[in-house]
Design a protein around this ligand. Structure first.
Ligand SMILES: Nc1ncnc2c1ncn2[C@@H]1O[C@H](COP(=O)(O)OP(=O)(O)OP(=O)(O)O)[C@@H](O)[C@H]1O
Length: 243
């Protein structure tokens, strides 16, 4: 079976004077069901790596195979479709719409390229339905309810986010990220706004998703989060090391 992620000598240089080598010849293989914690100091390249893996940014050199598909040579439309079908995003600050119910927020995943919300500038600018959602409104509602059940939020479908705890909001954001049926969940400090009890609930949920075959990559500076991962990679000045 193909690895979910296969990076071979991936580099990302931002044009500046002098140029910024945000990622330098990264090699990484991630198998289905892996839970990889990404740690590293501020400015070390973690977000650049996550944006690259999420097809929100392109490497300047190297190869990135996602589920066996070479992504670096794909046109924008094909990358958007691939992202919509295979990748979910979870962020520290939930990105839920205050005036929409929980169910509506989850249903809105498709409006954001089925990528789980505000997945970067390019994802946000895509027109609704750009990824060929394929569900009617009733179907989307049913699917949203299924995803909310998965994350233990069935009892809150008609609440607005303002009435939920932080941990509940993050579980709703995770349900939204699952709408497109991704194989890979990319998370940027997913427990950064949560207390230890809510952090535990989100980590239990991650364990359950992993048991169902989902692959998780999580940027975190919290030991409680990286301790639950089966692999830990560290980035320092754009260079990745494992262990
Ligand atoms: N668009 C850009 N143009 C130029 N330099 C950039 C750009 N984006 C990021 N960088 C630089 O690339 C390096 C890596 O940035 P990145 O955001 O990936 O770090 P990070 O590890 O996620 O940091 P933090 O933990 O503070 O969020 C930094 O030195 C940053 O200043």
């Amino acid at each position: 079976m193909n690895p979910v992620i296969h990076l071979n000598d991936v580099s990302r240089v931002f044009p500046a004077d002098p140029p910024v080598h945000a990622l330098s010849k990264i090699r990484l293989r991630v198998e289905q069901g892996d839970y990889v914690a990404i740690v590293g100091p501020s400015g070390s390249g973690k977000s650049t790596l996550l944006n690259t893996l999420g097809l929100l940014d392109r490497p300047t050199a190297g190869s990135y195979l996602l589920d066996g598909i070479e992504t670096t040579t794909l046109k924008d439309g094909a990358r958007t479709r691939l992202r919509g079908h295979r990748i979910g995003f979870v962020y520290q600050s939930f990105h839920l719409l205050d005036h929409r119910t929980v169910a509506e927020n989850v249903m809105l995943a498709e409006m954001y390229g089925r990528s789980g919300g505000a997945g970067g500038e390019r994802a946000r600018k895509e027109p609704p339905g750009a990824t060929g959602g394929g569900y009617g409104r009733r179907g989307r509602r049913r699917r949203a309810e299924e995803m909310l059940e998965k994350v233990g939020m069935s009892h809150r479908v008609d609440f607005v986010p303002g009435r939920l705890s932080g941990g509940e909001r993050q579980r709703v954001a995770i349900a939204r990220a699952l709408m497109g049926g991704p194989s890979l969940l990319l998370c940027d400090e997913p427990t950064g706004n949560l207390d230890s009890r809510n952090t535990g609930a989100v980590l239990d949920l991650f364990d359950g998703l992993r048991d169902q075959g989902l692959t998780l990559l999580v940027i975190t500076h919290e030991d409680a989060v990286s301790a639950r991962a089966n692999r830990r990679v560290r980035i320092s000045d754009g260079i990745l090391t494992e262990g």
